[in-house]
Write a protein that binds this ligand. Structure first.
Ligand SMILES: [Cu+2]
Length: 387
């Protein structure tokens, strides 16, 4: 999507909500001029049009003036918790991050090349005094959507915990065939709710870091550490000792328990759900469709399906709101989900999928086009349900 198209659509959206606010009791939020920020990024800079903004709806219009693909994050005061992110911004393009922000201290970060800690600056959200809560019908719909999604997250974390328990005990016992057979199945529950895990900041890197993304001095733990040990490279690899296995396995289980208990008290608002849905599709575009996530096991299509599942559930839960606000967008997203699922179904095998390295370049390209076709309307979901 070109920069021009995206800003035209956004302006139109803002104009239509502003009009609606005059004639109904719908809260206008405060995505007025102060809530709109521009971010310009290149290889060395990440410039924001303002260092602070009033609480409520914020729109960051991020333009990539560099030569590498970039990402933009709004992080919590701890610098870890991801409040919102927009990934995969190609050179020359711009994309919007829309979210509701409470008063407080934050960090912004651009990540040219999508690696490392990024170019960070402090950012403050001041108390606008505006009630950022929804009212009336919208509030009821948002609460229903949030509690439905919360139940989904609860169910997924419970299944994840059960399967992770079995997985780590098989792995510790040296029952590698059985551990390998459970790996992709267990990880599906993680991949379905990854944006929720990312919102806790510290857990995602401990549980799901890929070797390629390791920073100097960082200890590699989590699923992919075990993946490499179960599907070791033919040369130049030293297998983990039983004691080392136990350490990595126990840590993964402990982190999964922490995740599970933290998700019990998480609230799911429409903006977080919609951004999470989009983030899951960005995950597919940057990791799964490229075969980089599961570089040793090649079970990327399991993750791909799980990311699509998670994105679709969030979307389904938001549909009653979206149908009220933008029927055409609702239809467009639903159609693209169906089309993408059809493409994935071609690669089903047993209760899983073919391995990533069994796909032809043409099949990868076809999947990637399906992801892009969905990402385009899905990137408008947050603005549609929030502003
Ligand atoms: Cu992942």
């Amino acid at each position: 999507m070109s920069r021009r198209t995206s800003s035209v659509i956004l302006t139109a959206l803002l104009a239509s909500t502003a009009l609606a606010a005059c004639t109904s009791n719908e809260p206008a939020g405060n995505a007025g001029d102060q809530g709109k920020l521009s971010v310009t990024s290149d290889a060395k800079t990440c410039e924001l049009s303002a260092k602070e903004a009033p609480s409520g709806n914020l729109v960051f219009n991020v333009t990539n003036k560099g030569s590498q693909v970039t990402e933009f994050y709004l992080l919590g005061e701890d610098g870890l918790r991801i409040v919102g992110e927009v990934e995969n911004i190609a050179p020359g393009l711009s994309r919007d991050l829309v979210l509701k922000a409470a008063p407080g201290k934050y960090f912004t970060a651009c990540k040219p090349g999508m690696v490392g800690k990024g170019i960070r600056s402090a950012f403050t959200v001041t108390d606008s005094g505006n009630d950022t809560e929804l009212t009336g019908d919208d509030k009821a719909l948002a609460q229903t959507a949030g509690s439905q999604y919360g139940s989904y997250v609860k169910d997924q974390t419970e299944q994840l915990l059960t399967k992770t328990q079995s997985f780590v005990s098989l792995y510790k016992a040296g029952k590698d065939d059985q551990a390998r057979a459970l790996y992709a199945d267990a990880r599906r529950h993680w991949e379905r709710i990854e944006p929720v895990a990312e919102s806790f900041g510290d857990l995602d890197p401990k549980m799901d870091l890929r070797e390629a993304d390791l920073e100097p001095g960082q200890t590699w733990t989590g699923w992919h550490r075990i993946e490499k040990d179960l599907w070791p490279p033919k040369t130049g690899y030293t297998a983990l000792t039983p004691a080392q296995r136990a350490t990595v396995a126990d840590q993964l289980l402990t982190d999964t328990r922490t995740l599970s208990s933290r998700t019990r008290t998480t609230t799911h608002t429409p903006d977080k759900m919609a951004n999470g849905s989009k983030e899951l599709m960005d995950e597919v575009a940057t990791g799964k469709v490229t075969g980089e996530e599961e570089i040793w096991s090649h079970t990327d299509l399991w993750d791909f399906q799980a990311n699509v599942d998670g994105a679709r559930v969030a979307f389904e839960d938001l549909r009653p709101i979206l149908k009220k606000k933008d029927k055409a967008l609702d239809t467009s997203i639903a159609t693209k989900f169906t089309a993408l699922q059809k493409l994935l179904d071609q690669h089903k095998k047993g209760d899983g999928f073919v391995l990533y390295n069994e796909l032809t370049p043409a099949q990868v390209k076809e999947l990637s086009s399906g992801v892009n076709a969905l990402s385009e309307p899905l990137s408008k979901l947050t603005a549609a349900v929030t502003l």
